[in-house]
Design a protein. Structure first.
Length: 243
């Protein structure tokens, strides 16, 4: 993988934000794919990000492991796995020309759903099987196709009124498990390569630095302000994918 000086700056920023998204500022996660796609092809960016996300997930799980609410995860995980399989077959059949605007549209949809949910107090009842099924399938498919299932899970978990730290810990475990599950599918699609892994290895210190910043932010900084910035950046990134 070869990058221009601007591309190097973009991937370094992406690695830093990956760590921050995994350990504290959850809303930043939706920015990662459109940001990385500014430095490389869109499909390749999903595979490039996955090892960095797994590393950030691992750090987050170690830190927040005592805050996990397992009963919030057990029902949705099987459906998420099924959604990942569906997303895999969709990615295998889509060309880059079709995938790029589709990804942009999905990101804008996620932003709209998240903002609408926050504005209207939209709730997804965790005890309803239909809601768990729908959330799992959509989160799995979209995280496979765009590493962007976060907004769906955000609305789902926030509807359970989890305390802040329990919410972060539960989200960390959820995405760690499904991102590990995604690795064989990304390898099969050729999205993770030795070249991308070498770049990922070089960027790991920035991921860990971002993790430290995320731990600080979740305790000290106002979450709503960061979520708003993340949503605006995500919307701009999604729009850019159409051009």
């Amino acid at each position: 993988m070869e990058f221009t000086p601007l591309g190097v700056a973009i991937v370094c920023l992406t690695a830093l934000l990956t760590g921050m998204a995994k350990t504290g500022i959850q809303g930043l996660g939706i920015v990662l794919v459109p940001l990385a796609a500014m430095a490389m092809p869109v499909k390749a960016s999903t595979g490039f990000l996955l090892p960095l996300m797994v590393a950030g997930d691992f750090v987050a799980v170690l830190y927040w492991r005592r805050k996990v609410v397992w009963k919030s995860l057990l029902g949705v995980l099987p459906w998420t796995a099924l959604g990942i399989v569906g997303g895999f077959f969709a990615m295998r059949s889509l060309s880059e020309a079709l995938f790029k605007p589709l990804l942009g549209g999905l990101i804008l949809l996620f932003v709209a759903l998240d903002l609408l949910g926050r504005a209207l107090g939209l709730e997804l009842r965790a005890d309803r099987r239909a809601a768990v099924f729908l959330v799992g399938i959509l989160a799995g498919a979209f995280t496979m196709m765009a590493n962007a299932g976060g907004p769906i899970m955000t609305i789902f978990l926030l509807s359970m009124a989890l305390p802040k730290e329990e919410y972060v810990g539960t989200t960390a475990v959820f995405f760690w498990l499904i991102n590990l599950f995604k690795i064989p599918f990304s390898l099969s699609l050729g999205l993770i390569t030795w070249a991308s892994l070498r770049v990922d290895l070089f960027l790991l210190p920035l991921v860990f630095l971002g993790c430290g910043a995320g731990f600080f932010s979740v305790k000290k900084l106002p979450q709503k302000a960061f979520n708003l910035v993340a949503q605006v950046l995500a919307a701009l990134g999604g729009l850019k994918l159409f051009f």
